[in-house]
Design a protein around this ligand. Structure first.
Ligand code: CU
Length: 71
């Protein structure tokens, strides 16, 4: 199990938070997704078969590209 936190500058409102949480949680292997409107970050816990590359690709596809790891 891996937990990772990404910075996603495109997060701007509660709708973004809901969209990200809904879409990312659809990925097989993703255990939990929490997006934060104020800090524009998303914390994702996942295991196989989900991968970081797959998660990032999906976020890019739905117009929330990852800028990097959040501190
Ligand atoms: Cu929004």
């Amino acid at each position: 199990m891996t937990t990772i936190k990404y910075s996603i500058p495109n997060i701007s409102c509660g709708h973004c938070v809901n969209t990200i949480q809904m879409e990312v949680s659809e990925i097989e292997g993703v255990q939990s997704v929490t997006a934060f409107e104020d800090s524009r970050e998303v914390e994702i816990t996942f295991d196989n078969p989900a991968t970081e590359d797959g998660i990032k690709a999906l976020l890019e596809e739905i117009n929330y590209p990852v800028a990097g790891l959040a501190m």
